[in-house]
Design a protein around this ligand. Structure first.
Ligand SMILES: Nc1ncnc2c1ncn2[C@@H]1O[C@H](COP(=O)(O)OP(=O)(O)OP(=O)(O)O)[C@@H](O)[C@H]1O
Ligand SMILES: [Mg+2]
Length: 233
């Protein structure tokens, strides 16, 4: 579903990503881990077409590098950005409707909104409330639902559990695991290493824009580096 070769992202003099390879098979979940500033968000931004990047990006076997975000969205790429980026002044329903489904015929859009409200009942309860008034966890549900409105085949998640209470963190990981079980292909950026490795098939640990470690999630979890740095074992 996704193949990234020698990806490089730079902001002026800052080299955020310095030659990264990723591959993600259909229906699998790849955890992209690493410390603050390692280049995780920059990697997702490059895949979603939001920042210029060097190297090759293929999605479902087709060249995707250099395409604008709208084209990538139409090809099935959806990003849940770091910090959620909801339209705080718009209602829950309006946020959902604007979620990449603006080109979808109204009947289908209504069907998808109903499906999201069924999956996330709190969004039905809060349909007419402004998104900015939701709790952090509810906002994360809305951000996820908004991305799913587009019916993506590749879901990019940027730290969906960040800043949430432990119970909500578990709920978010349950939802992500559920989406994977439904067959969605997911690239998950997280700082919650143990929970990410528990639901991932593959994992890459980024350090200074490069893969310090990569492989099957179980192998990465068992590595000395990850056990010492992230799992306190
Ligand atoms: N728009 C930008 N302009 C300049 N430098 C940037 C920009 N965005 C990111 N950087 C720098 O690029 C590097 C990688 O940042 P990035 O946001 O990709 O890291 P990250 O792994 O997502 O970190 P975090 O865990 O804190 O979200 C950092 O050194 C950061 O300061
Ligand atoms: Mg980030």
């Amino acid at each position: 579903m996704l193949a990234v070769r020698d990806l490089k992202v730079r902001y002026g003099a800052v080299e955020a990503v310095r030659g990264l390879d990723l591959s993600l098979a259909r229906g699998q979940l790849l955890a992209l881990l690493g410390a603050n500033g390692a280049g995780k968000t920059s990697t997702l931004a490059a895949i979603a077409g939001l920042v210029p990047a060097a190297g090759r990006i293929e999605i479902a076997g087709e060249t995707a590098g250099g395409l604008p975000p709208e084209t990538l969205a139409r090809r099935g790429v959806a990003l849940v950005p770091e910090g959620r980026r909801l339209f705080a002044g718009l209602t829950v329903a309006e946020n959902l409707t604007l979620g990449g489904a603006v080109h979808t015929p109204p009947a289908e859009r209504r069907r998808r909104v109903a499906a999201m409200e069924e999956r996330f009942p709190v969004l039905a309860e809060r349909r007419h409330q402004k998104a900015g008034l939701l709790s952090g966890g509810e906002q994360q549900m809305l951000a996820l639902a908004r991305a799913l409105m587009a019916g993506p085949r590749l879901l990019l998640l940027d730290e969906p559990s960040l800043g949430l209470a432990p119970q909500m963190v578990e709920r978010v990981f349950d939802i992500v695991a559920g989406l994977k079980a439904e067959g969605l292909t997911i690239l998950l950026v997280e700082q919650n290493v143990p929970m990410s490795l528990a639901i991932a098939d593959q994992a890459v640990v980024l350090a200074n824009g490069r893969a310090a470690l990569s492989g099957p999630a179980a192998e990465v979890a068992a590595s000395d580096h990850v056990r010492r740095a992230y799992l306190a074992a």
